[in-house]
Write a protein that binds this ligand. Structure first.
Ligand code: FAD
Length: 420
């Protein structure tokens, strides 16, 4: 491929899903990935209906369902006394939003997008370290570490939390939450003795810590994530997040959590960062996307989903602004800029508050528990703005944008895809 229409910097879930979405519109797309191979680090991902509706439209949902698990419930427990606080009935949720709630191994979802890119002719290049961006006339260029320069009418910076483009165009710092995550995915046989719920996403929320469990790979594997406030990260000193801090943070938690802790990978851990929201994502012909634009804390499980939504929105506006003469990039980028930042701002800020609520102690923990227990299981007041398709359309022009086909999304909320 000599001159791509679009260069995508970064081959994570955001970059690959966007490359595939744009390729489906007939564009020549080149992905530049700094790593020697395409891949994902980590274990599980939760994929809510606002994402599975897009996967369905891409023709990938059946494979996602096959490789993942569609659990029956998401249940929140108090991590200290193990009492149930609230739950989502995920079968009913599927009926309400028209698409399922899936949990899937990160590398499986990433692999599906990688295969889809390969199948459709996206150019995928590794060992491509992008170090800077330049604007041209009706184009933008990337500079690579080896001195090469590549140019295209649109450059998408999907280079993650530590994005070079974000540093160049915005220059804001990452925000440390002082929370640290341990993860671990093990064969299901290893946790059966712990009486785990193999058909649920279980979230145990406790003072300064929480613990998440769910099945993966058709139920063959079990994913567990422990997150806690690291005293050393809080103090800004070396050695943050070590296993002794992990064990101390979960000391007062219930048996179900205690049984899960030894199964985590204890040789690596991740500090949790986000960034303050920004309202400008488009700089000339460079567009920020995914974590480069809106890295969230993980409490709403929407980071990868927002990246996939970003790509869907871009591609849907290419579809409506493309003629034989080419793509009207100014209109596409104006629409992208109009639709996405406000929704993602709300997710990033809500995730921070949601996390604070999870980690309350003392009387505030009791108050939280009382409020959560009073919620009706089938009340979707608090999920509509996230799980519905509203994130894909600007609120002030709903009629025009809702005409964009979202295959299978019944206007009446009827179920159009059955994962069972
Ligand atoms: P990344 O995955 O970071 O990809 C960026 C890519 O760019 C990488 O491949 C990198 O190698 C490449 N790159 C970087 N710099 C350069 C460069 N200079 N040149 C070329 N290439 C470069 N989200 C959900 O939707 N559901 C969940 O359940 C969920 N759970 C989470 C749990 C935890 C503990 C955490 C930490 C996050 C979770 N997330 C979840 C968030 C999600 O993982 C991220 O938001 C998502 O993976 C971001 O994808 P991305 O493609 O934008 O960025």
């Amino acid at each position: 491929m000599s001159n791509p229409d679009v260069i995508v910097v970064g081959g994570g879930i955001g970059g690959l899903s966007t490359a595939f979405a744009l390729r489906r519109q007939g564009l020549a797309v080149r992905v530049l990935e700094s790593a020697a191979e395409f891949g994902e680090v980590g274990a599980g991902l939760q994929i809510a209906p606002n994402c599975t509706r897009i996967l369905h439209e891409y023709g990938l949902l059946d494979q996602v369902v096959k490789r993942g698990v569609a659990p029956a419930d998401m249940i929140m427990f108090d991590a200290v006394d193990s009492s149930e606080l609230t739950r989502l009935d995920l079968r009913d949720l599927e009926r309400a939003y028209g698409f399922p709630y899936i949990v899937i191994h990160r590398s499986d979802l990433h692999g599906l997008f990688l295969d889809a890119c390969r199948r459709t002719g996206v150019e995928l290049l590794n060992d491509q370290q992008v170090v800077g961006y330049e604007q041209g006339t009706g184009s933008a260029s990337v500079r690579l570490a080896d001195g090469r320069v590549e140019t295209a009418p649109l450059v998408i910076a999907a280079d993650g939390l530590h994005s070079v483009a974000r540093r160049q165009y915005v220059g804001d710092p990452t925000v440390s939450s002082s929370y640290v995550a341990y993860r671990g995915a093990v064969p299901i046989e290893q946790v059966r003795a712990n009486q785990v719920d193999e058909d649920a996403v279980a979230v145990y929320v406790g003072p300064g810590c929480h613990f998440v469990q769910y099945p993966l790979r058709g139920g063959e594997m079990f994913n567990q994530v422990a997150v806690f406030e690291s005293p050393k990260a809080l103090a800004g000193v070396e050695g943050w997040g070590s296993p002794d801090e992990l064990d101390a943070a979960f000391e007062g938690t219930c048996e179900q959590v205690q049984l899960g802790l030894p199964m985590l990978w204890r040789d690596r851990w991740w500090q949790m960062y986000d960034r303050d929201p920004i309202d400008q994502w488009v700089y000339g012909r460079v567009a920020l996307l995914g974590d480069a634009a809106h890295p969230p804390l993980q409490y709403m499980a929407q980071g990868a989903i927002m990246a996939i939504e970003d790509g869907w929105v871009l591609a849907s506006h290419v579809a409506r602004n493309q003629t034989a003469g080419g793509v009207d990039w100014a209109s596409v980028l104006a629409a992208y800029q109009a639709v996405r930042p406000e929704h993602c701002r709300r997710v990033v800020l809500t995730a921070r508050v949601w996390g604070e609520l999870w980690h309350l102690d003392g009387v505030r923990r009791e108050q939280r528990n009382a409020i959560l227990r009073s919620r009706d299981t089938h009340d979707y007041t608090f999920t509509d703005w996230v799980y519905g398709p509203t994130a894909l359309f600007p609120e002030d022009e709903p009629e025009m944008y809702r005409a964009i086909p979202l295959a299978g999304a019944g206007q009446d909320g009827s179920t159009t895809h059955d994962s069972r």
